[in-house]
Structure formats: structure tokens, C-alpha cells
Ligand binder design. Structure first.
Ligand code: PEP
Ligand code: MN
Length: 381
């Protein structure tokens, strides 16, 4: 059975039998560096009571060789000590079957599959096979590249191995353009995943999206505003000395202050909000419909312009014309409170579709003369 949309039926945190609840708060260092670093960080977290789970990477997938690649198996013992002395549940990253086996033997409570492992079906399958018949919760980070199917596929491999206690982690995506963040959040990915699988819990990882301490709070609040089920935040007893991801880790005190400052919203609207919400949603639906209709009209005109250019043997791509449109839209967007980044992304998508319509031979016929579409002069590309 390999349908395009698999049925995922994960259990919610509340049914994992570990006393977990939403919002699930996971905190701890990027890497396990030493017993002292682990214990001091964990005690700092436990004392402030703002985390349910302690995370630490033992085997670190580093971009460049020659950097700290984690303490490996030695850290398993430190995780046990953390659990014994603080009562926090423990969570670490696995990338191979050996990692899984070592963690199961050492009694680690939960595992996560990292963003560099999720995109490799061989690795995910190897992990899923090692987990067959084993009942341990597993989190799956989004793949490093923006591919929803790979993320879903990894979750599906776990489900097929018989797991019920699994969830997703949204940590953003590598992106070729400069963004204000280390990894582009592309919020449409967790939104689409949640829409496809409403039972699936998704935890936000604002640390790896933000890439710097000062932006972690902003991204964390966005994740909560979108209704994600919890947060995983990197916390180190002495961030400046961290051997990986030093710029983005918080001290336990800063982490606790950040959690205090966040607004945790209810997952579902209350009955009294219903009417107002319905009214506003109707307005949004109406506007979305208008946008689609206008886009359809715009693309029909683009197709006619494509025909015209072809008849006169003129190149489809006219960069100066496009630059003028973009400048005008950026100016207009600025007046309307739209960010430059949004206007650019939106107009680029419009442009791509427009070029597709101008170059495709099976483009639908242009609107008949006199129809509303045919009056929108000048919107050529
Ligand atoms: C991590 O959580 O420290 C980590 C390596 O994350 P990612 O796989 O998201 O890069
Ligand atoms: Mn990290």
C-alpha cells in the first residue's frame, strides 16, 4: 500500500504515558560536552521548573570536519545522571541503528531524528528497523531541504515499524538566499503538515531557526501563535563556551525568563469567540476568492501577451519591465504595511506562473474581449 497521502495515527503527548502535556517544553544543550556541563545545565533548568524534557546531542552531525563531533557513548551515562538527579526525561539525536541500540541499552527516554538524517530514506529506514518492536517515543525533525514529502515519509516509516508515540519538530530549512534567520522557517510547512495530519503533534525548534539568542523569543512566539504543541530550545550553562551552536544557546535563567514572557494560546477557539471568528473568516474567504479570480485573469492576459510576443518574435523575458513592476509593487506594499520580503516572494511566484503561461503552448485561451479580464491593461508579466 503506497498511497500518495499515508494515514498517520500518532498518539498525542497526553497518551504517551510519561506525564507529558501541551505545551511540551524541551530544553538542554546543543551538545553533551561533559558531565559537569550537563548536570549544571539540567539543575539550572529543573530549579526553575520550566522544562519537562532535557535534550542533548551525543553524536553531532557537523557541517565541517575537524569541529567538535560530540562526546558519543560517554554522554549516555551523563544523561542517566541528569535523569536521576533532576527527574527530567532525557532525549537525544540518533542517526544510525548503533545509536538507537546504545540509547535503548542506556535507558534514554526519547529519541529524535535530525534534519540531516530525515532526508535520507536509507538512514530513516535503518532507524525504523532498529525500532521495530520497541516502544520508545521518537521526534522527527523536518528535512534540511524544504520537502514536505520527505518529512511525511520519515514519519510514515516510523509508523510502519509499529511506533505510535511519534511527533514532528519544525527547525526551519536551509535556503540559498539570505534571510534574517539561520534557517528559513517557511511556516507553510508545519501548517500543511498539521492540516494533513491533525493528530500529529509538532514541536517548534526556534533555536535552530533563529541561529542567534536575540531572535529565539520572537520565533518561539510565532510557533506558539500558529498552534504548535511545544518548544525545543537550546540551553547551556555557559553559552559563550559552548562547543557547538554557541550563538543561539540561552542560559537556564534566560530560558526561564523567556518562557515566562511567552503567550501560550489555547489550541482551539472558545465557543464565545465563535461568531466573531466566523465573521472574520468569511471575510478572509471572500478576499482569497477575489485574489484567485484576479490571478486567473492576470494569467489569461499574460498568455495573450505571450502569443503577441511570439507572433512578433520578441523574447518572453523582459527584465526591465519586470523590475519596474517589482519597484511599483514594493512601493505600494510599503504603504499597505506589507513587508518587502513578502512582496518579493509573492511577485516572484506571480512572475514564474506568468512566464509558465507565456511559454506553454497549451495555455487556456485568453478571455473574450469586453470581459472584466480584458480591461486590466498593462499587467503583462
Ligand atoms: C540539534 O538539535 O542540535 C541539531 C543538530 O539540529 P538539526 O538536526 O535541526 O540541525
Ligand atoms: Mn544545535
Amino acid at each position: 500500500m503506497s498511497s500518495a497521502v499515508p494515514a498517520l495515527h500518532p498518539q498525542p503527548f497526553a497518551d504517551w504515558g510519561l506525564g507529558l502535556h501541551r505545551p511540551l517544553l524541551i530544553a538542554g544543550p546543543c551538545s553533551a560536552e561533559s558531565e559537569t556541563q550537563m548536570l549544571t545545565t539540567a539543575r539550572g533548568l529543573a530549579a526553575r521548573g520550566q522544562a519537562q524534557v532535557f535534550r542533548a546531542g551525543l553524536w553531532k552531525p557537523r557541517t565541517r570536519p575537524g569541529t567538535f563531533e560530540g562526546s558519543g557513548d560517554a554522554g549516555l551515562e551523563w544523561l542517566r545522571t541528569v535523569k536521576e538527579s533532576t527527574g527530567l526525561l532525557t532525549l537525544t539525536e540518533v542517526a544510525t541503528a548503533q545509536h538507537v541500540e546504545a540509547c535503548l541499552k542506556a535507558g534514554v527516554d526519547m529519541l529524535w531524528i535530525g534534519a540531516r538524517t530525515t532526508p535520507n530514506p536509507f538512514s530513516v529506514q535503518e532507524i525504523a528497523d532498529a525500532l521495530r518492536g520497541v516502544d520508545i517515543p521518537v521526534f522527527v525533525k523536518n528535512p534540511i531541504n524544504p520537502d514536505l514529502q520527505l518529512w511525511i515519509g520519515a514519519l510514515e516509516r516510523l509508523q510502519r515499524a509499529g511506533l505510535k508515540r511519534y511527533a514532528a519538530i519544525h527547525r526551519g530549512f536551509s535556503w540559498f538566499e539570505r534571510t534574517p534567520f539561520r534557517n528559513s522557517p517557511m511556516w507553510e510547512f508545519p501548517i500543511r503538515l498539521k492540516a494533513a495530519f491533525p493528530e500529529l503533534e509538532i514541536v517548534g525548534d526556534p533555536s535552530h531557526i533563529a541561529g542567534s539568542r536575540d531572535k529565539v523569543g520572537l520565533v518561539a512566539q510565532q510557533a506558539l501563535d500558529l498552534g504548535l504543541s511545544g518548544l525545543m530550545i537550546e540551553v547551556h550553562t555557559d553559552p559563550a563556551k559552548a562547543r557547538s551552536d554557541a550563538e543561539q544557546q540561552l542560559t537556564p535563567a534566560d530560558y526561564a525568563a523567556l518562557v515566562e514572557s511567552l503567550i501560550f494560546r489555547q489550541a482551539l477557539p472558545t465557543p464565545s469567540m465563535h461568531d466573531r471568528l466566523e465573521e472574520l473568516r468569511d471575510l478572509i474567504d471572500q478576499l482569497d476568492e477575489e485574489i484567485s479570480q484576479k490571478m486567473g485573469a492576470r494569467m489569461d492576459i499574460a498568455a495573450r501577451i505571450g502569443d503577441h510576443k511570439r507572433e512578433h518574435n520578441v523574447a518572453i523575458l523582459q527584465p526591465e519591465r519586470w523590475e519596474r513592476i517589482m519597484r511599483r509593487q514594493l512601493r505600494l506594499g510599503g504603504h499597505l504595511g506589507l513587508s518587502d520580503a513578502f512582496v518579493r516572494e509573492f511577485m516572484d511566484a506571480v512572475h514564474r506562473e506568468s512566464i509558465r503561461r507565456q511559454t506553454s503552448t497549451d495555455a487556456p485561451l485568453a478571455a473574450p474581449a469586453g470581459s472584466p479580464q480584458s480591461t486590466a491593461e498593462g499587467l503583462d508579466r
